[in-house]
Write a protein that binds this ligand. Sequence first.
Ligand code: UD1
Ligand code: CA
Length: 472
Amino acid sequence: MGRSVAAIILAAGQGTRMNSTKAKVLHPVLGRPMIDYPIGVALQSGASPVALVIGHQAEEVRAHATRTFGDRVQFQVQTERLGTGHAAREGIKSLQGFDGLVLILSGDVPLLTATSLEKVLDAARQPQCTVGLLSARVSDPTGYGRIVRAGAAVARIVEHKDASPAERAISEINAGVYAVSAAFLREALADLSNDNAQGEYYLTDIIAMAIAGGHTVQAVTVDDPIEVAGANNRAQLAELETALRARINRRHMLAGVSLQDPTTTFIGPEVVIGQDTTLAPGVHLRGRTEIGRDCFIDVGAVVDDSKIGDQVRIHPYTVMEQADVRTGAVAGPFARLRPGAELLEGAKVGNFVEMKKSRLGPGAKANHLTYLGDADVGEGANIGAGTITCNYDGYGKYRTEIGRNVFVGSNATLVAPVAIGDDAYVAAGSVVTEEIGPADVAFGRARQVNKPGRAPELRDRARAAAEGHKRR
Ligand code: UD1
Ligand code: CA
């Protein structure tokens, strides 16, 4: 049934127990600020507009949400924290003329799923039903609002501080997630009072108001209460992060990705991984990383905002950020691929190789102890051990162009800007400051001098000098 959906997300609170100078909803969960999750699921449920009620550190929260979601999110500032009902009253100002169902959720429930939101919306779409809400059965309901039922039907919600001992024994709690028809919500919010233990406007009072007005309220219970758990302090935040990590890891495993030790594997919420790829223990995949099929990502690799093609092998302890590694390429162990590093098909970087804004052409290799900065390396080229591009002179950055099938001998120093033509050879130990033509051989080093039979004399002199030094 096609009633349109809008959302109000309550996020004006301070989150005092985080003991932080940062707003609670900006604390990261698996690398993304907490607020991104409720906004994300609301958008996934088709909500438009999404109104975010901000207050504590309003400008920081607004700036972040605008950067991340653009004009899909609107803002209402709640200047005084007078309760969830008051916050919703601010939020609904963004929904003028809206006549569908309003989802209301809190900014601090990062594990809430779009599936559960869908169930609450479905409940609210039942004939005569005006309010759908999410509940959970928990072993320790302390602090939460309790769902009071009359027979099977929901009658009202009572806050912990206002509850009688009998009500406090109820283990079904209010998750703080609702779907409410806009027309009813407008009237009910206008009629709220703050006559209760906390002197606040309780959003939860709209339940009893709905019943009194002859509407029906439907509660949907979540299967796993972790879905609606809030993060009030950093210990709870860590628990939520662990739970979310397990959920994400499981999703990838069920989709065909092998995790050798899921408990030590970190996969960010936006990461994409292809079938039959294996992740060894301690792998961290962050940001918008995309990995193809049949890859092996070995122990301790940290991959941030990078693209990895199919059949790529990443050896242990490789670190990459904004890198692009194509099909069949190999990196590490201990490789460092910085922003703009590109390994084309079948290219290889080995241990202690650092790359930045540099491209290794198809099948090209830099296997040991090398720095490639602002360099373009042609197909099939071989960069010898210890080769360094000198791309920076203290003021500007310059490029090094290396052609196809070039052989750069060990410990070459390539002083940019400089170009080396296809099929050229650079002798080991060369300092290259001038362009090298195609198929040329360049020697950029002092000529070797041999002194026949002079070693004994050198030894005698060295020994005498050392003894003289000791006597002093
Ligand atoms: C609320 C519910 C409670 C439910 C619990 C679930 C009410 C009265 N109670 O209680 O039944 O079990 O959530 O977690 O609604 N906020 C504002 N402005 C305010 C007050 C709160 O924006 O003036 C925001 C907070 O930032 C937070 C959300 O509303 O994101 C919930 O507020 P919180 O104070 O955590 O409500 P609880 O007391 O936990
Ligand atoms: Ca709360």
